[in-house]
Ligand binder design. Structure first.
Ligand SMILES: [Zn+2]
Length: 213
Protein backbone atom coordinates (compact mmCIF):
# COMPACT_ATOMS: atom_id res chain seq x y z
CA UNK A 1 0.00 0.00 0.00
CA UNK A 2 3.01 2.29 0.27
CA UNK A 3 5.28 1.27 -2.58
CA UNK A 4 8.94 2.15 -2.15
CA UNK A 5 8.85 2.19 1.63
CA UNK A 6 9.94 -0.57 3.94
CA UNK A 7 7.18 -2.36 5.82
CA UNK A 8 7.00 -1.06 9.38
CA UNK A 9 7.49 -3.34 12.35
CA UNK A 10 4.22 -5.00 13.14
CA UNK A 11 2.73 -6.13 16.40
CA UNK A 12 -0.51 -8.08 16.19
CA UNK A 13 -2.41 -9.42 19.15
CA UNK A 14 -5.80 -10.81 19.97
CA UNK A 15 -7.55 -8.66 22.50
CA UNK A 16 -10.56 -9.28 24.70
CA UNK A 17 -12.80 -6.47 23.53
CA UNK A 18 -16.34 -6.62 24.88
CA UNK A 19 -17.57 -6.88 21.29
CA UNK A 20 -16.14 -7.56 17.87
CA UNK A 21 -13.63 -4.82 17.39
CA UNK A 22 -10.34 -4.42 15.56
CA UNK A 23 -7.96 -1.50 15.86
CA UNK A 24 -4.79 -0.31 14.17
CA UNK A 25 -2.43 2.42 15.37
CA UNK A 26 0.96 3.73 14.37
CA UNK A 27 3.24 4.37 17.35
CA UNK A 28 6.86 5.37 16.95
CA UNK A 29 7.07 3.72 13.56
CA UNK A 30 5.43 0.53 14.76
CA UNK A 31 2.05 -0.70 13.63
CA UNK A 32 0.01 -2.00 16.53
CA UNK A 33 -2.94 -4.19 15.58
CA UNK A 34 -5.51 -5.53 17.98
CA UNK A 35 -7.99 -8.08 16.76
CA UNK A 36 -11.03 -9.18 18.69
CA UNK A 37 -10.34 -12.53 20.32
CA UNK A 38 -13.71 -13.60 18.94
CA UNK A 39 -11.93 -13.82 15.61
CA UNK A 40 -9.39 -16.34 16.86
CA UNK A 41 -9.78 -19.35 14.64
CA UNK A 42 -11.46 -17.38 11.82
CA UNK A 43 -10.72 -18.78 8.33
CA UNK A 44 -7.57 -17.41 6.73
CA UNK A 45 -9.57 -15.59 4.05
CA UNK A 46 -11.38 -13.63 6.73
CA UNK A 47 -8.14 -12.73 8.51
CA UNK A 48 -6.69 -11.54 5.19
CA UNK A 49 -9.79 -9.41 4.66
CA UNK A 50 -9.38 -7.84 8.12
CA UNK A 51 -5.71 -7.14 7.45
CA UNK A 52 -6.59 -5.44 4.16
CA UNK A 53 -9.33 -3.33 5.73
CA UNK A 54 -7.15 -2.18 8.65
CA UNK A 55 -4.19 -1.31 6.41
CA UNK A 56 -6.44 0.49 3.92
CA UNK A 57 -7.83 2.57 6.79
CA UNK A 58 -4.37 3.29 8.12
CA UNK A 59 -3.02 4.46 4.77
CA UNK A 60 -6.28 5.99 3.53
CA UNK A 61 -6.57 3.68 0.53
CA UNK A 62 -9.80 2.37 -0.95
CA UNK A 63 -11.16 -0.77 0.66
CA UNK A 64 -11.68 -3.67 -1.71
CA UNK A 65 -15.42 -4.35 -1.93
CA UNK A 66 -15.05 -8.10 -2.17
CA UNK A 67 -12.91 -8.24 0.96
CA UNK A 68 -15.21 -5.88 2.85
CA UNK A 69 -18.14 -8.12 1.94
CA UNK A 70 -16.24 -11.22 3.03
CA UNK A 71 -15.52 -9.68 6.44
CA UNK A 72 -19.09 -8.42 6.95
CA UNK A 73 -20.53 -11.78 5.97
CA UNK A 74 -18.38 -13.54 8.55
CA UNK A 75 -19.15 -11.01 11.31
CA UNK A 76 -22.85 -11.29 10.55
CA UNK A 77 -22.84 -15.06 10.65
CA UNK A 78 -25.19 -16.58 13.13
CA UNK A 79 -22.67 -18.48 15.15
CA UNK A 80 -20.34 -15.55 15.66
CA UNK A 81 -23.20 -13.19 16.49
CA UNK A 82 -24.34 -15.57 19.23
CA UNK A 83 -20.85 -15.94 20.60
CA UNK A 84 -20.43 -12.15 20.67
CA UNK A 85 -23.72 -11.77 22.45
CA UNK A 86 -22.78 -14.24 25.18
CA UNK A 87 -19.33 -12.76 25.65
CA UNK A 88 -20.77 -9.25 25.84
CA UNK A 89 -23.13 -10.34 28.58
CA UNK A 90 -20.40 -12.07 30.55
CA UNK A 91 -17.80 -9.35 30.17
CA UNK A 92 -20.32 -6.76 31.11
CA UNK A 93 -21.29 -8.56 34.29
CA UNK A 94 -18.09 -9.92 35.71
CA UNK A 95 -16.19 -7.86 38.24
CA UNK A 96 -12.59 -8.87 38.67
CA UNK A 97 -10.79 -8.12 41.90
CA UNK A 98 -7.31 -6.80 42.45
CA UNK A 99 -4.39 -9.25 42.12
CA UNK A 100 -3.00 -7.92 45.40
CA UNK A 101 -4.32 -9.72 48.41
CA UNK A 102 -3.46 -9.06 52.04
CA UNK A 103 -0.57 -11.57 51.97
CA UNK A 104 0.04 -12.64 48.40
CA UNK A 105 0.32 -10.79 45.13
CA UNK A 106 -0.98 -13.00 42.31
CA UNK A 107 0.85 -11.09 39.59
CA UNK A 108 4.18 -11.65 41.35
CA UNK A 109 3.36 -15.36 41.74
CA UNK A 110 2.43 -15.57 38.07
CA UNK A 111 5.68 -13.93 36.94
CA UNK A 112 7.74 -16.21 39.14
CA UNK A 113 6.02 -19.38 37.88
CA UNK A 114 6.22 -18.06 34.31
CA UNK A 115 9.98 -17.57 34.63
CA UNK A 116 10.61 -20.94 36.29
CA UNK A 117 8.45 -23.18 34.13
CA UNK A 118 7.57 -21.36 30.90
CA UNK A 119 10.79 -19.46 30.08
CA UNK A 120 8.82 -16.29 30.85
CA UNK A 121 7.00 -16.74 27.56
CA UNK A 122 3.43 -16.80 28.72
CA UNK A 123 1.46 -13.59 28.34
CA UNK A 124 -0.02 -12.63 31.67
CA UNK A 125 -3.80 -12.81 31.80
CA UNK A 126 -5.66 -10.72 34.36
CA UNK A 127 -5.03 -12.13 37.81
CA UNK A 128 -7.79 -11.86 40.36
CA UNK A 129 -8.66 -13.10 43.81
CA UNK A 130 -12.19 -14.50 44.02
CA UNK A 131 -14.66 -12.03 45.56
CA UNK A 132 -15.52 -14.48 48.36
CA UNK A 133 -13.62 -17.20 50.23
CA UNK A 134 -14.85 -20.12 48.19
CA UNK A 135 -13.80 -23.72 48.85
CA UNK A 136 -15.81 -25.12 45.98
CA UNK A 137 -13.58 -23.76 43.23
CA UNK A 138 -9.93 -23.29 44.18
CA UNK A 139 -8.99 -21.61 40.96
CA UNK A 140 -10.13 -21.32 37.38
CA UNK A 141 -9.12 -19.83 34.07
CA UNK A 142 -11.85 -17.79 32.43
CA UNK A 143 -11.19 -17.50 28.68
CA UNK A 144 -14.00 -14.97 28.11
CA UNK A 145 -12.18 -12.48 30.35
CA UNK A 146 -8.71 -13.94 29.86
CA UNK A 147 -8.44 -14.07 33.63
CA UNK A 148 -7.11 -16.47 36.23
CA UNK A 149 -9.23 -16.30 39.37
CA UNK A 150 -7.91 -17.85 42.59
CA UNK A 151 -9.99 -18.53 45.68
CA UNK A 152 -9.36 -15.97 48.41
CA UNK A 153 -8.99 -18.72 51.03
CA UNK A 154 -5.35 -19.00 49.86
CA UNK A 155 -4.56 -15.39 50.70
CA UNK A 156 -3.54 -16.41 54.19
CA UNK A 157 -0.22 -16.67 56.05
CA UNK A 158 -0.91 -20.34 56.92
CA UNK A 159 -0.86 -21.20 53.21
CA UNK A 160 2.65 -22.05 51.99
CA UNK A 161 3.71 -20.16 48.89
CA UNK A 162 4.27 -23.40 46.93
CA UNK A 163 0.56 -24.26 47.31
CA UNK A 164 -0.44 -21.01 45.68
CA UNK A 165 2.26 -21.46 43.05
CA UNK A 166 0.92 -24.92 42.27
CA UNK A 167 -2.65 -23.64 41.81
CA UNK A 168 -1.46 -20.82 39.54
CA UNK A 169 0.76 -23.30 37.65
CA UNK A 170 -2.24 -25.59 37.12
CA UNK A 171 -4.31 -22.73 35.71
CA UNK A 172 -1.44 -21.66 33.48
CA UNK A 173 -1.36 -25.18 32.07
CA UNK A 174 -5.01 -24.68 31.15
CA UNK A 175 -3.90 -21.65 29.16
CA UNK A 176 -1.21 -23.69 27.45
CA UNK A 177 -3.41 -26.73 26.81
CA UNK A 178 -6.86 -25.46 25.83
CA UNK A 179 -9.84 -27.77 26.24
CA UNK A 180 -10.11 -30.09 23.27
CA UNK A 181 -13.04 -32.02 21.95
CA UNK A 182 -12.34 -35.72 21.73
CA UNK A 183 -15.37 -37.07 19.93
CA UNK A 184 -18.11 -35.38 21.87
CA UNK A 185 -16.17 -35.42 25.15
CA UNK A 186 -14.38 -32.37 26.47
CA UNK A 187 -10.83 -33.24 27.39
CA UNK A 188 -9.89 -30.82 30.15
CA UNK A 189 -6.78 -32.47 31.62
CA UNK A 190 -5.17 -34.16 28.64
CA UNK A 191 -2.27 -36.59 28.93
CA UNK A 192 0.16 -33.79 27.97
CA UNK A 193 -1.41 -31.56 30.60
CA UNK A 194 -0.96 -34.18 33.30
CA UNK A 195 2.59 -35.01 32.26
CA UNK A 196 3.54 -31.35 32.45
CA UNK A 197 1.82 -30.90 35.78
CA UNK A 198 4.11 -33.57 37.24
CA UNK A 199 7.08 -31.29 36.55
CA UNK A 200 6.06 -29.11 39.49
CA UNK A 201 8.57 -30.05 42.21
CA UNK A 202 6.28 -29.68 45.25
CA UNK A 203 3.30 -31.33 43.56
CA UNK A 204 2.81 -34.00 46.22
CA UNK A 205 3.26 -31.64 49.14
CA UNK A 206 0.81 -29.21 47.57
CA UNK A 207 -1.76 -31.91 46.91
CA UNK A 208 -1.44 -33.17 50.47
CA UNK A 209 -2.02 -29.65 51.78
CA UNK A 210 -5.11 -29.22 49.56
CA UNK A 211 -6.56 -32.53 50.80
CA UNK A 212 -6.42 -31.30 54.39
CA UNK A 213 -8.17 -28.07 53.49
ZN1 LIG B 1 -7.88 -28.07 35.94
Amino acid sequence: MRPGTAAPELKVEFFAFANINNTIRLREGRLLVRLSDLLEGAPEGVVRAIAHILLAKMYRKPIDRGLAARYRKYIGSHELANKAHIVRQMRGRKRLQSPRGRFYDLEAIFEDVNRRFFHGLMGRPRMSWSPTKTRRILGHYDPAHNAIVISRIFDHPAVPQYVLEYIVYHEMLHLKHPVRLRGSRRCVHSAEFQAEEKLFPELQKAEAFLKRL
